[in-house]
Design a protein around this ligand. Structure first.
Ligand code: AMP
Length: 283
């Protein structure tokens, strides 16, 4: 694996790879890697000639300063995991490399309604930060294919919008959520849970499963389903930001009895740790 710290060096090296006919696959991350991240690398390696992973804890996407300060950093382990997975390139920039003119006065993006819904509503400014870093990373790496996880479902929609706004040739692939054996979605933030919280955390998955089951039976109303999920979460000591059944194309609340293309999404805190998860609902 080749490690690049400078954006210019990486762009020049990748240009050569593209000239020799290789396609570029890209997996951007915040580090503290786990099997979910590695699954994206594996998917990229199936089709891309060169797979690039970036590790950069982007300060502009953290609306909560405590979350930024406490974001886990496990660089040595990350490098070992990337080596094992056959990643070709690791891009490990400093903040100055990504934001040479500083982090204030950065471009703002017209994301439309999506920015005021769900994560956008509860994490003001978060998606602007995501776009700022993704725009820079995509300009540096210029990937043919970009691999992101559907755990961050709304983030995938925002990045797709960025790609369209900037008329970029990159194809975004939304990849499946990897889960622990008890169903908890893998997340870098899971290591911040106490053993007791870790046990309770599986309630997010159980709440999503309960919604899915009720949805399949077509019985309780959506209101009742979200209330039931809320109960499951609160019984496990979660403080809930939202439980929503939404149209998967727009993330607007799904209309009562609406059939195909709905998704259940949850964001909730256990102690100081905020977890998100989602599940597509059967048509
Ligand atoms: P992060 O480092 O949390 O920004 O995540 C980097 C990428 O990995 C994002 O595209 C995430 O959606 C994806 N990712 C995070 N957790 C998982 C998971 N459990 N399964 C699959 N992909 C994931």
């Amino acid at each position: 694996m080749i490690l690049f710290k400078r954006a210019g060096d990486l762009t020049r090296w990748l240009d050569q790879q593209q000239l020799s006919g290789k396609s570029i696959g890209f997996v951007p991350t915040l580090g503290a890697l786990h099997a979910g991240h590695i699954s994206l690398i594996t998917i990229s390696k199936r089709s891309a000639g060169v797979t690039v992973c970036s590790i950069f804890v982007n300060p502009t996407q953290f609306n909560d300063p405590k979350d930024f300060q406490k974001y886990p950093i496990t660089l040595e382990k990350d490098i070992a995991l990337l080596e094992q997975s056959g990643t070709d390139v690791l891009f490990l920039p400093e903040v100055e490399e990504i934001y040479p003119d500083g982090t204030s006065g950065l471009e703002r993006y017209d994301l439309g309604r999506i920015e005021s819904l769900l994560e956008g509503k509860y994490r003001p400014g978060h998606f602007q930060g995501v776009c700022q870093v993704m725009r820079r990373l995509l300009d540096v790496v210029r990937p043919d294919d970009l691999f992101m996880g559907s755990k961050d479902f709304q983030q995938c929609m925002v990045v797709q919008r960025l790609i369209e706004l900037r008329d970029m040739p990159t194809r975004l692939h939304r990849c499946p959520i990897l889960r622990e054996p008890d169903g908890l979605a893998m997340s870098s933030r899971n290591v911040r849970l106490t053993p007791e919280q870790r046990q309770k955390a599986t309630a997010i998955y159980q709440a999503l499963l309960a919604i899915k089951l009720g949805w399949e039976m077509g019985q309780p109303s959506e209101k009742e389903l979200t209330a039931m999920a809320m109960n499951i979460l609160e019984s496990a000591d979660f403080r809930v930001d939202y439980v929503e059944i939404a149209d998967a194309k727009t993330l607007e609340p799904a209309k009562e009895g609406e059939g195909p293309g709905s998704i259940a999404l949850i964001a909730a805190f256990l102690g100081e740790v905020r977890l998100i998860d989602n599940m597509m609902l059967p048509d």
